[in-house]
Design a protein around this ligand. Structure first.
Ligand code: NAD
Length: 258
């Protein structure tokens, strides 16, 4: 996959999956705009890439911040070919009957409104260019329910809805929009969830969950980055409006009876 001459924007690019995607795009020749509210880690990723990257501090829930990172990409590199609309938060683990309203709003703000605002301000650029590829980060929580995560599951199902609508709208204009649905990936986010659910033995919980996955392990951020780059590349030229599980087989074949 050759991204020479291409420009990629990655939200949530400071850590975890977004960091691996930012580094992956740079390794394949792209110019990269790393976007995150974590200024220290975001600047470190851009510094690691060097002159082919810039960092923009932004809160993806704020329209002005989103417009500013889009403008920064255009000012620095002139175009946006690939957009990984990825920033997200997990919220708290609690049943729907007890779920905190403010946490629900916060999760929907980042995971749904943040993804919407990214599409709202990047798609016009790609439409003008008559080309581009967007990958929204959903989750297997956008395909199936998980007890104890009502806000997260609802937000990731909403990402699937936004993906399908945008794909239908901009397909005729040469722009592709897909979603990825990672299962558990070894990043800070899954560690936080494990600590919330099992504060005394988060590793034990992770090992039990891994046992329910056909490949018997969590994925890596680099494996997710490979999928994002593929979907943004010309190799995926006929793929739009699709959702790709990258979950070691978790949703296809969870624990069996044999
Ligand atoms: P992470 O916490 O390592 O990275 C998330 C990044 O998003 C952080 O750098 C954080 O600062 C940034 N971010 C959060 N809110 C933001 C905001 N309002 N504005 C700007 N930046 C913000 O987690 P990750 O696992 O890399 O998660 C990346 C995406 O993958 C998320 O959308 C998450 O829901 C999704 N996902 C993760 C997993 C997993 O198992 N790790 C599974 C499925 C989906």
């Amino acid at each position: 996959m050759d991204f020479s001459g291409k420009v990629a924007v990655v939200t949530g690019g400071a850590n975890g999956i977004g960091r691996a995607v930012s580094l992956g795009f740079a390794r394949q020749g792209a110019k990269v705009v790393v976007v995150d509210r974590d200024a220290e880690a975001g600047a470190a990723v851009a510094a690691e890439i060097g002159r082919a990257a810039i960092f923009r501090a932004a809160d993806v829930t704020r329209s002005a911040d989103v417009q500013a990172y889009v403008q920064a990409a255009l000012d620095s590199f002139g175009r946006i070919d690939c957009f990984h609309n990825n920033a997200g938060i997990e919220g708290k683990v609690a049943p729907t009957a007890e779920y905190d309203e403010a946490v629900f709003d916060a999760v929907m703000g980042v995971n749904v409104k943040g993804v919407f605002l990214g599409l709202r301000h990047v798609l016009p650029v790609m439409i003008r260019q008559r080309g581009g590829a967007v990958v929204n980060t959903a989750s297997i929580a956008g395909m199936i329910g998980t007890a104890g995560m009502p806000a997260y599951v609802a937000s990731k199902h909403a990402v699937m809805g936004l993906t399908k609508v945008a794909a239908g709208e901009v397909g005729p204009l040469g722009v592709r929009v897909n979603a990825i649905c990672p299962g558990p990936i070894a990043t800070r986010m899954v560690q936080d969830i494990a600590r919330q659910v099992s504060p005394n033995n988060p590793e034990g919980l992770e090992a039990r969950y891994a046992g329910s996955i056909p490949l018997r392990r969590y994925g890596t951020a680099e494996e997710v980055a490979n999928l994002v780059l593929f979907l943004c590349s010309d190799l995926a030229g006929n793929i739009t409006g699709a959702q790709y599980a990258i979950d070691g087989g978790r949703t296809a074949a969870p624990v069996g009876i044999s």
